[in-house]
Design a binder for this molecule. Sequence first.
Ligand code: ADP
Ligand code: MG
Length: 329
Amino acid sequence: MIEVKNLTKQYGSNLALNHISFSLEEGTILGFLGPNGAGKSTTMNIITGYISPTEGSITVDGFDTLENPLEAKKRIGYLPEIPPLYTDMTVKEYLNFMYDLKKVKLPRKEHIEEICSLVKIDDVYHRLIANLSKGYRQRVGIAQALLGNPPVLILDEPTVGLDPKQIIEIRNLIKGLGRKHTVILSSHILSEVQAVCERVIVINRGSIVADGTPDSLAHSLSNENRLLLRLEGEEEPIKYALQAMNGVKEVLSYGEKEPGVFAFSVESEEGIDLRRSVFALAARNDWPILSMKNTDLTLEDVFLRLTSDLYADQGSEHSSEILDGKEGA
Ligand code: ADP
Ligand code: MG
């Protein structure tokens, strides 16, 4: 459906996008995930034809955005980071205005009504946009993107600035739209792409640093084996014995969780499964195992690794912002 090849964007000496390539199949919800300044909006603005690339090409449904901009644009509905709303219009006036601007051919009244009921703005149809809540305004922005029924929807940070309830509503709306449209959305919040997207492209400093399903990303980077344990006994001897085992890299002690029961995390060298030897060790010493489980890296861990250069250079500012999103959502 969308084919992006070697996309590069240079702003003066700042390389905002550095040879980005990917292709997207019809009917997928793709998330661009990356910290502020990563290049998400730039990529979206180029795909939608708002700005031109320094280098590279894009086809939408077979139409090249540079050679055939009108055909390509017709197939895309776009919700920019700052939606182009005219706040002194009513929702009705605005959608009709955009309908004309986009030269939509579908039957006007039915088409607009259908969209309004889909994004649930029928009840504010006659109200001034200026008087709508941020959540409703965002829906009106999405309604505008749906005019003409384009097969592709591109939504730049669609839930930014919304309250938790509105965020959930917009996410559900996007998931529903994903049944009929190919969707690209951007977010700097992990839990968001995890909740909504089937595929995630992680962008950092203008480059793609990972591409896969949320689960596969977390899984592929989790070759680090970590075992979470709870053993009954005395903390120090247990920790010491765990550390002395073959194939153990690091043991962390998490303290007493129940009377006489201590929690540990045991990291093993790559490819080593410690579970059986932990069992044998515990049996030998009469330390009942009250729980033992493997942990995969979470998507948060993955993200921090992938963008760790940024993490190191600029402190945890961006990264903690990304993790904070989880609390808010
Ligand atoms: P994101 O949407 O991921 O937060 P952007 O695509 O907006 O990131 O920005 C990527 C980089 O390009 C940033 O370094 C930003 O400062 C730079 N940039 C974006 N737009 C412009 C512009 N119009 N002029 C100069 N630099 C820009
Ligand atoms: Mg942006």
